[in-house]
Every structure is written in C-alpha cells, then in structure tokens.
Design a protein around this ligand. Structure first.
Ligand SMILES: O=P(O)(O)OC[C@H]1O[C@@H](O)[C@H](O)[C@@H](O)[C@@H]1O
Length: 268
C-alpha cells in the first residue's frame, strides 16, 4: 500500500501502527517487535468499501441488515474527520450527513481516539444529537495476527451463552479451540479475553463493551477474494455491544466505551 494523506502512522517506543481515515480503521500494528493486528495481503483499497484487516468499526448495526443495507453498518466505509494527531495518538470523528441519514435517519457524532503505548487503546464515544432516542449495536472488529489460527485457543468466555447460526445456544463449556471454524456471538462477556498464539498470549480487554464475537471461517475463506490462502494467519475476536446489549441513547446522551489490546509471553 502506498503512503497517502489518508493514512496516519503512529509511533511509540513500544511499536507502530497505521490508521486509515476511511473508517478511522487501524490497519495494522506492531507491539514489542511482533505483529498484533493482521492486514490481509489481498486487502482491496477501494474508496467506500470495507478494508480486510486491522480494526474496522461496525456501527450502527452489527452483521447482516434485515433490509439488505450494508453488512456491519456504514461507519467502516465512510471517511472520518481528523480531530487530533500526535506521534502516538490520533482522534477522529464521524457525524451524520446525507449519506448516513439515507441509511440511518439520526443525527449523531462518533469519536474514536486511538493511543499507542505499551498497548493499543481505543476510546469510543457515541453521542445522540437528535431530537429522538435511537438504538444501535456496534463492534470493534479486531483481526489478530497469529502464527496459525488452527493452533490457537481463546479463554475468558467459559460459561457465557454462545449464539451461533445453526447451533443450539448453550453456555460455552471452556476454552474455544480455533482448530474448528466458528462464528459465534457472546452478548455478555465481561472479562478480558486471552488469545493463545504459540509462545504468546494476546489480551483483549474492554470497558463498557459487554459483548464479544469470535469469527474464524477456516478453509471456507479460501474463496473470499480479499482473504484467499491467507485464512490461517488471523483470528477475529471482537468487542462491542450487540443483540441483548444493544444500546439506547436519549437525545443529548453519550455512550462511552474502551478497548485495550496487548500481548505477553507465556509464563511471564
Ligand atoms: O465480510 P465482512 O462483512 O467484513 O464480515 C466478516 C464477518 O464478520 C463477523 O463479525 C461476523 O460474525 C461474520 O458473520 C462475518 O462473516
């Protein structure tokens, strides 16, 4: 990918990250010399289309829309305004405009501040600027860079209700082994999650985001144009508020939430 004014590079003594103004999307990040987030080598950079990798923001709905509107909402496809930029921090906003109102008829303001220190922090706010209340769901859809997803496992969701199309909803019995494909929603997942990737553990902590989604399509993604043979290189573990955790905001109210990503060596 060539450098462009729409691409911002964050640098700290602990690592670096690249952020796209489209979607206020972190595209990739390295911490302590190792990749934390995965950007597909086959990612297509087409204006207004979702970029495969990093941390897209799904808003104001999550997943497929019942009326066929764009999956995961529009926030990831729109250019956000740059509010603040420092070496290790960037802050963006997205406000409603005629394009957003054609899809979701509300006045709103989102802000996303991304800070890189020894971890990667996201501070996400949604403000209702309308005269009526609205509901929304959202997720910070992180693609983590792993050695081989089939050898990874995820801890932190044991006992939480696991919802998956075509499966009975039951409590998650223990660790999730990512050797098998999964596309599961956990509407309540209050604890930090631990993604085990070989000799390291990636920690995914959130505040004010009750839900988690785990998506690992396995070999079925071979036919997806912007994933192809690279499917073993990532695991998606998302945090947000979806389903029963959908947020309602009255006029003038603001929803605040955060996510914090990092990794440590096993047996530290
Ligand atoms: O291809 P998209 O729109 O980015 O979605 C990717 C995946 O995103 C996940 O969050 C969903 O749970 C999956 O069902 C979906 O396939």
């Amino acid at each position: 990918m060539s450098s462009s004014p729409d691409l911002i590079e964050l640098v700290s003594p602990h690592g670096r990250a690249r952020v796209s103004r489209q979607g206020a999307q972190v595209l990739d990040a390295q911490l302590q010399g190792r990749p934390l987030l995965w950007l597909s080598p086959l990612a297509l950079f087409e204006a207004g289309k979702a970029i495969r990798g990093g941390v897209p923001i799904c808003f104001p709905w999550f997943g497929k829309h019942p009326a066929g509107l764009p999956a995961h909402g529009f926030a990831r496809n729109h250019d956000w305004n740059l509010l603040e930029q420092r070496a290790d921090r960037v802050c963006f906003e997205l406000r409603d405009d005629p394009r957003s109102r054609a899809l979701w008829p509300f006045a709103f303001r989102l802000t996303l501040a991304i800070t890189l220190d020894s971890r990667l922090h996201f501070d996400f706010r949604v403000e209702n600027r309308d005269t009526q209340s609205f509901d929304f769901s959202y997720a910070l859809h992180s693609y983590f860079a792993v050695g081989d997803c089939r050898e990874c496992s995820l801890d932190g969701l044991a006992g939480r209700l696991r919802r998956e199309v075509g499966h009975v909803t039951t409590p998650q019995p223990g660790s999730i082994a990512l050797a098998l494909p999964i596309d599961a929603n956990f509407e309540s997942a209050p604890d930090p999650l631990a993604l085990h990737d070989g000799d390291r553990t990636i920690e995914i902590a959130a505040e004010g985001m009750r839900s988690a989604v785990v998506w690992n399509p396995g070999a079925a993604a071979e036919t997806v144009a912007d994933i192809g043979r690279h499917w073993p290189e990532y695991v998606c573990v998302e945090r947000g508020n979806i389903g029963a955790a959908t947020v309602t905001l009255l006029p003038g109210e603001t929803h605040r939430a955060g996510m914090d990503l990092g990794w440590y060596e096993k047996g530290r």
